[in-house]
Every structure is written in C-alpha cells, then in structure tokens.
Design a protein around this ligand. Structure first.
Ligand SMILES: Cc1cc2nc3c(=O)[nH]c(=O)nc-3n(C[C@H](O)[C@H](O)[C@H](O)COP(=O)(O)OP(=O)(O)OC[C@H]3O[C@@H](n4cnc5c(N)ncnc54)[C@H](O)[C@@H]3O)c2cc1C
Length: 475
C-alpha cells in the first residue's frame, strides 16, 4: 500500500504541501471546507499581490515579527529564486517591483489557483472539497487518520495547513488551532496582525490619506521602548497604517491588552536632534521673519501644520524669531518623536494575517513535524510565524508547505515499491533492488573482462610475442 497523506487546508501552504507530497510518491488527499482550493489566496488583491521579496535570507529574517529563527530553514531551502522558478514551471511569470516585491506578471486573480489545480490533478492528488475535518486521530502519539463527514479515515501522515483567523469571510477561523490543541499542542493566543491601528488622537480630520514614505517608528510599552522599524506610515480616518505599522501590529496586538502602547514617529530620521536644534535656532535669527509654518515646510508636508497646536502648543503662523526655548524643544520633539497612543489593532475582520498560533517550539523546523505526535505536520499561517507586508507571509506559506510535503512523503517511493513487490515478487522495483541489480551486472561485466584479459595473455605467451615476458627473460 502507498503512503497515505491527508492535507487539511487547500490554501497556499496546503497546495504546496500537496504538490511536494505527491511528487515524493505519496497518495495525497487534499481537504478543504470551502468548495474550491486557494480561496483566500484568490481574494488577495492582485493589483498589489505580493508573493515574495528580493533579498538574502538575512533580509528576510528582519521581516518576521515572530518565528524568524524557526522559519529560516524553510526559507533557505525554498528561497525567492526557487519560488520564482517553481511558479514559472507552473506557467506563472513573475515581475519584481523597484522596491523588491515579487508579484505575478498577469493580474488574473485565479491564475495560480488554476495552475495548481491542473498540476495537482495531473499528479493524482484527490480533492476533497466542502469537507471540514472535524478531528485528527492519533494513537500512542502516532497519527492514524482523520475524522471527516462523521467518518474515520485512515492516513499515515496528516499535514495541517488550516491558516489562521484573519478574514472570517474568506474562510479564516480558529479551526486549525482547535485541532492542534486537541492533540496536546500549545497555541499562542491568536491576534490580528498586518492590520491598521486605531489611535486615541483623532488626527484623521487633518491627516487622513497622508503618507510619510520614510520614517522611523518606535513602539513603547508603558514608556519603555521595545523596538524600532523604518519604512512608511499612512494616516487613516481613525489611526495609522503603512508598512511599518502593519509589521508592528502583530507585536502590538499581543501587548495592548495589558499595556499602554504608544508609537513614536521620527518624521525626519536623516537629521539628528542636535542638527535640527541648530537649524531651528538659525531660522530664528532676528533677521529672519519666517513663520514656524514656513520653517517646518522644509521638513514636513504642509498638511501636517494644523496639528502643531495640539503637539507643541504653537501656531504655524507664529514668527520663528518669537518662539521660546521651550517651544523650540516642543517642535523638535514633534519632528523627532511624534507620540501617538494606540487604542486597538483593527480586528480579524480587517486584518490580513494572524499573530500567534501553534507554538513553533513544539515543531521541528527541518521537517515541520510535530515533536509531540509522529506523522503530524504543520505549515503556513497556522504556525506562530508572522511576517510583514512585502510577500513575506505568502512566501513562508509556500516554503513551509514545501518542507512539510517533502517530509511527509519521505519513504513513500520505497513503500510503493515494497507494496508492488509484495503483489508481484518476481519484479522487485525498489531502489535497493535496483542498486543490487546494478551491482550484480557490474560484477558480471568485470569478471568477463578479467577472463578475456587472461585468455589474451595466455595466447601471447604461447605465441611468444609478449614483450614483457621476453625482456624479463633477457634480464
Ligand atoms: C486581503 C488579504 C490580502 C493579503 N495579501 C497578501 C500579500 O500580498 N502578500 C502576502 O505575503 N500575504 C498576503 N496575505 C496573507 C496571505 O493570504 C496568507 O499568508 C496565506 O493565505 C496563508 O496561507 P495558508 O495556506 O497558511 O492559509 P489559508 O490561505 O488561509 O488556507 C487555509 C485553508 O484551510 C481551510 N480550513 C481551515 N480549517 C479547515 C478544516 N477544519 N477542514 C478543512 N479545511 C479547513 C480554509 O478553508 C482555508 O482554505 C493577505 C491576506 C488577506 C486576507
């Protein structure tokens, strides 16, 4: 009998795992509660669908807020070049933007889904759609099957690729976490990630739609600085978004319940506080009748001037040479550390990803196999690995699916050959049998050569034309 693998979840991670497991010789059943494969993936807005990113493994590691170390092995084994090559083989060409984002060349949202469907069908994968897996079955800490449609089905291996809780309307749920917990796995509380934040300050009235492309954002928990991130910030109606905030949202999500979280935006990271102080002082020289607004327009968009009274208790029309030392310090603080208090991270309904999930401490990073249950594997968003925008999450789903599928199929070809041999003992097609056949043939060939050489030598001796023997004789 062939090695039977059940994959729960036909998102990016599940599709990739199915591909590798089938390629490795396993008999694969791909389950999804949705009626078709890759549903969430199809709904990723393709005008900016980010599949991966350029850069080396070290660059990738900086773009995971949690689980970077754990996922690094998968990312190395299935890196951005491998992914581009794999997609090309599926018939999907990719393009790379100036800022390094790798996207599909053709914006057709169903292209990758269709390509996977066709290839997996050719490989003999069975699609078990509209099938919600209710339970994973294990005995003596070893996988024995799954429970679906109120029936038990036997499997040698089970790969859990159920995704996370983001976007319930697209199939996001905590199903996978429950399945994992039932088997004894620890699940870190699932929280929204890659999600905008609402803020206490109501700045949207003035700043909504304003993007600051290159700022530094620091996260403070109860006044203690935890980390800093460079990139863009986008002011929204109720708070903040942009790649820095989306990246930090998973970290904030985990802290905000019990801590006061503030963001400090350094609007002009290229200028130090000291330099700025010197510049503002020179602006305030008596001969200079510039207003504060005129002076600050060199550093910030004009749209930001109306929030000055709130942050520095100073109006933008005030002449620079009338500002006090305290007011100048206030301006510096505003430009270098504009503090904004986070009210909440927008919930799963609006989030693009899940922070938290199956604790990776309980998984083997080189196989994605559970350390608790033999034959159980995890891949994709269900794991406690979260990346920022730029293709890092889809890439880690592909890469971990690649590893899980390959690992689950290990030994499948040998098992298939053994089953075939049992059916037809005369024809042993296992790798071992093939190698031993090859060795036998090589031995036969060398023995034949040896006999031929001996015969030739004997013939030469008898006819006396052996140079060696004659010279020896002379000696
Ligand atoms: C709007 C949006 C835009 C995004 N844009 C990007 C982007 O540009 N770049 C990027 O890197 N990431 C992006 N993401 C995140 C990306 O979609 C995810 O990282 C990725 O889909 C995760 O893949 P997955 O296979 O782990 O999970 P999913 O794609 O969520 O697949 C999990 C599947 O498991 C199924 N399932 C769950 N429980 C069961 C069960 N009990 N039985 C059977 N089936 C089950 C679900 O129906 C689902 O189909 C975006 C997400 C959203 C929502």
């Amino acid at each position: 009998m062939a090695k039977k693998v059940a994959i729960i979840g036909a998102g990016v991670a599940g599709m990739m795992a199915a591909y590798r497991a089938a390629e490795g010789g396993a008999e694969v059943d791909l389950y999804d509660k949705n009626p078709n494969i890759g549903r969430k993936f199809v709904y990723v807005p393709w005008d900016y669908c980010e599949l991966s990113h350029t850069g080396e493994i070290e660059d990738f590691m900086e773009n995971y807020a949690h689980g970077a170390e754990f996922i690094s092995y998968s990312l190395e084994k299935f890196n951005n070049k491998e992914l581009v090559k794999f997609l090309k083989d599926l018939g999907i060409n990719t393009i790379t933007s100036e800022d390094g984002v790798i996207s599909p060349e053709n914006g057709d949202s169903e292209l990758i889904q269709k390509a996977f469907y066709e290839r997996l069908s050719e490989m003999g994968v069975s699609f078990c759609m509209s099938s919600k897996v209710q339970k994973i079955l294990a005995k003596s800490k070893k996988i024995i099957g799954i429970y679906v449609h109120n029936l038990e089905k036997e499997y040698d291996k089970v790969i859990v690729a159920c995704g996370g809780a983001a976007r319930p309307k697209l199939g996001g749920s905590e199903d996978g976490f429950k399945l994992a917990e039932e088997l004894g796995h620890t699940v870190i509380d699932a929280k929204p990630a890659v999600s905008p934040v609402d803020t206490e300050e109501r700045l949207g009235k003035y700043l909504s739609g304003l993007k600051l492309p290159s700022v530094n954002v620091s996260v403070y928990s109860n006044q203690t600085k935890l980390m800093e991130r460079s990139g863009s910030v986008l002011f929204t109606d109720h708070g903040l978004s942009g790649d820095t905030v989306l990246f930090l949202s998973g970290i904030i999500s985990r802290l905000i319940e019990n801590n006061k979280i503030e963001l400090g935006i350094d609007i002009i990271p290229g200028i130090t506080r000291e330099e700025l102080e010197r510049k503002l002082k020179s602006e305030a020289s008596l001969s200079n009748r510039n207003s504060v607004g005129e002076a600050l327009k060199k550093y910030i968009p004009e749209k930001m001037l109306p929030v000055l009274p709130r942050y520095c208790r100073i109006h933008s029309s005030k002449p620079m040479n009338h500002i006090t030392n305290l007011e100048r310090k206030g301006l510096i603080l505003f430009l270098k550390d504009m503090r904004i208090t986070v009210k909440r991270v927008k919930p799963f309904f609006e989030a693009m990803y899940t922070s938290g999930g199956v604790d990776v401490v309980e998984l083997n990073p080189k196989s994605m196999e559970s350390k608790l249950i033999k034959g159980l594997y995890f891949c994709g968003e269900i794991m406690d690995v979260d990346g920022g925008v730029g293709g890092y999450n889809i890439h880690s789903a592909f890469a971990s699916g690649h590893i899980a599928g390959k690992s689950a199929a290990r030994g499948a070809k040998a098992k298939k050959a053994a089953a075939k041999k049992a059916e037809n003992p005369a024809e042993d097609t296992s790798e071992k049998a093939k190698t031993s056949k090859k060795k036998k043939a090589a031995r036969k060939k060398s023995a034949k050569k040896k006999t031929a050489r001996k015969k030739k030598a004997a013939k030469k001796k008898s006819t006396g034309d052996d140079d060696n023997s004659s010279s020896k004789a002379v000696a």
